[in-house]
Design a protein around this ligand. Structure first.
Ligand code: UDP
Ligand code: MG
Length: 325
């Protein structure tokens, strides 16, 4: 009766976004599969081909023919790594999902530690870089500045050195899937969803083949998405700037008044012109800021993030929980 046994869904899914990583596909599979085999036989690898223009997809297909637990989703064009990860989470069926880069900068062996922590009860296990060697000084400092700004203005805390290389429990995956944001800043979202999390330190390895897909333009876009989707501060600073300018104009008016009374005027009309110009410039900035406050709230609503996240349900209520769709 049990000719082939029941087909159990995978326990562990590995999501790998790939964009022109032809030279990395085979080395990655070769190093990853033995690690996965040691953990469980019920694993799957979900490659998300982010519109590669090289032979990446053919190479994945070749791997998939040899090993059916390796599969792929491919995009019609390049949508960017963040969206590729989102698609990966939509297709992964495992109880735990690991996200990693294709270029072997993320050591696959670390996944064993991830799974250990997960089995201990952590819902999110992230790899934490211990250094940023091998990156240019400029990139390293820009990154440090960005994370400092983010800490300052946004309500979620990003653990230092944590990136996309992480294990996420099924509950976390479902929450991430429910956040229908277009400008996705995963690092912020991972922190936003909460759950019991723990970091595992690791040393970033050298990129094996090919070159990095991030240039400064892309990194800036990424940083901007991060800031704008987690705070409306840039909209609101104008209220303060405007108030400051208006107050300064009033002080200036007082100064001119005293000066004219004591010493007479040297250029008639100039003080009143400059003071009124400054005053109204200030008022305009303030009103922009107030509009910003409202746009900020609209933006927060339009994003439609759920108000809270349930970590667990028991008994009859558990029946209400949505299964994977
Ligand atoms: N990647 C992607 N889409 C892109 C850019 C990158 O799927 O538009 C993938 C890439 O193939 C790799 C991962 O994201 O698996 C990390 O990219 P990369 O190594 O270029 O970034 P870095 O390690 O330099 O930050
Ligand atoms: Mg890389």
């Amino acid at each position: 009766m049990h000719g082939r046994g029941p087909v159990l869904p995978p326990e562990l899914s590995i999501v790998v976004p790939v964009f022109n990583e032809g030279s990395n596909v085979a080395p990655l599979c070769a190093r990853l599969t033995p690690v996965l085999e040691r953990i469980t036989s019920r694993w799957e690898i979900v490659f998300v081909d982010d519109g590669s223009s090289d032979d990446t997809l053919e190479l994945i297909r070749a791997q998939s023919l040899l090993e059916p637990r390796i599969g792929s989703v491919s995009f019609s064009r390049n949508f960017g790594k963040e969206i590729a990860i989102a698609a990966g989470l939509d297709h992964a069926r495992g109880q735990a999902v690991v996200i990693m880069d294709a270029d072997l900068q993320h050591p696959p062996e670390l996944i064993e530690t991830f799974v250990e922590r997960w089995r201990e009860g952590y819902a999110m296990v992230y790899a934490q870089r211990v250094d940023r060697d091998g990156e240019s000084v400029l990139k390293r400092n820009a990154a440090r500045l960005f994370y400092r700004l983010f800490e300052r203005f946004c309500e979620v805390r990003l653990p230092a050195g944590a990136g996309d290389f992480r294990l996420i429990d099924r509950r976390g995956v479902e929450v991430l899937r429910s956040l229908g944001e277009r400008a996705r800043f995963s690092k912020g979202l991972y922190a936003w969803i909460g759950f019991r999390s723990i970091g595992v330190p690791f040393v970033v390895e050298e990129r094996q083949h090919g070159r990095t897909k991030w240039n400064y333009g892309r990194l800036f876009r990424f940083a901007f998405d991060g800031i704008t989707s987690f705070t409306t501060m840039p909209l609101r600073v104008w209220t303060w700037c405007g108030s400051l300018v208006s107050v300064a104009s009033l002080l200036l008016a007082g100064y001119y008044l005293v000066k004219t009374l004591l010493f007479g005027t040297d250029l008639p009309g100039f003080p009143s012109q400059i003071v009124s110009m400054m005053f109204f410039a200030g008022v305009q900035l303030m009103s922009l800021g107030i509009i910003g406050e409202y746009v900020g709230r609209v933006f927060a609503e339009v994003k439609g993030r759920p108000l809270y996240v349930v970590a667990e349900r028991f008994g009859a209520t558990a029946m209400m929980m949505n299964g994977p769709s």
